[in-house]
Ligand binder design. Structure first.
Ligand SMILES: Nc1ncnc2c1ncn2[C@@H]1O[C@H](COP(=O)(O)OP(=O)(O)OP(=O)(O)O)[C@@H](O)[C@H]1O
Ligand SMILES: [Mg+2]
Length: 264
């Protein structure tokens, strides 16, 4: 097994990165793949969206990164095993606010862009997919995720400001590709919270397709706006557990098939 690492990233906040990580991860696990999701956001939303209480968890991605920073990773592998939570068919490396302190420590660390990579590379042998839920910033934590992964999925809301932000994340991806991670690719853009009955959403989608469609894959399945999705994160479960008949569940299922298909 040599699992694929995928970052779910966009510097714009609230566009559905965490929701995509939860539901794409769950969809891949339901299709029989071994999936690890790593929460790379000090907000700990991924962990919370699956019903965990980030503030009460003692071993998180922050401890793993500190272990690499402080002693170059000897002992990180056994710590990683303590850190992984098995939850509802998914393996999870949780996060909480302590990760903010790690981001500050990274500033003065040697090879600061590749700390996360050192933790995740050995885990490729144990998983088919490792998904990284990034925070809404292009700081050192996101750079670490982009340096550690094979490809990036960009969740995008069909709003004008999100369209503007797309340029920013694409520029960062190409800088990381040039300087740190030559093999990095964009897996694709997923439209999220999409309201297909509005001309506005359709016109933004057309704009993105026109501007980027030739060079970047745009997933044909769009994630519709549904209050059931927001409810699912509030009660701490995926859409597959909360409302399996919802069209959003079907869309994430199709996207998972497509992502897995890219591997064949
Ligand atoms: N398809 C959807 N329909 C309705 N609400 C959604 C949908 N996807 C996500 N949401 C809601 O939108 C909010 C933001 O989603 P989410 O936390 O996934 O975004 P994010 O990009 O991870 O945010 P952040 O940038 O803060 O990490 C949440 O309350 C979530 O429940
Ligand atoms: Mg998030």
């Amino acid at each position: 097994m040599n699992g694929k690492i995928i970052s779910i990233a966009n510097s714009k906040g609230g566009v559905g990165k965490t929701t995509t990580t939860v539901n794409l991860g769950t969809a891949l696990a339901r299709q029989g793949y071994k999936v690890l999701c790593c929460d790379c956001d000090p907000q700990g939303n991924f962990s919370a969206a699956l019903g965990l209480k980030p503030d009460t968890i003692t071993t998180t991605i922050a401890n793993l990164m500190m272990s690499v920073i402080e002693d170059n990773g000897s002992g990180t592998e056994s710590l990683t095993n303590c850190c992984i939570i098995h939850h509802n068919g998914l393996d999870i490396i949780p996060s909480n606010l302590k990760l903010s302190a790690v981001e500050i420590s990274l500033i003065s660390t040697m090879s600061r862009e590749t700390v996360l990579k050192k933790i995740l590379t050995p885990l490729r042998l144990r998983y088919d997919f490792i998904l990284l839920d990034c925070l809404p910033s292009l700081g050192m934590l996101t750079i670490n995720a982009l340096a550690a992964c094979d490809s990036v999925i960009i969740p995008l809301e069909a709003h004008y400001l999100s369209y503007e932000g797309l340029e920013l994340i694409l520029r960062t991806i190409s800088q990381v590709k040039r300087n740190i991670n030559n093999a990095l690719t964009v897996e694709g853009i997923i439209f999220t919270k999409y309201q297909s009955h509005t001309n506005f959403c359709r016109s933004i989608r057309e704009l993105v397709e026109r501007e980027y469609g030739e060079s970047i894959h745009i997933f044909k399945d769009m994630i519709g706006h549904s209050i059931r999705v927001a409810e699912a994160s509030a009660v701490g479960v995926s859409i597959f557990d909360h409302d399996p008949q919802n069209s959003v569940a079907e869309a994430y299922q199709n996207i998972a098939l497509e992502v897995a298909g890219h591997e064949k």
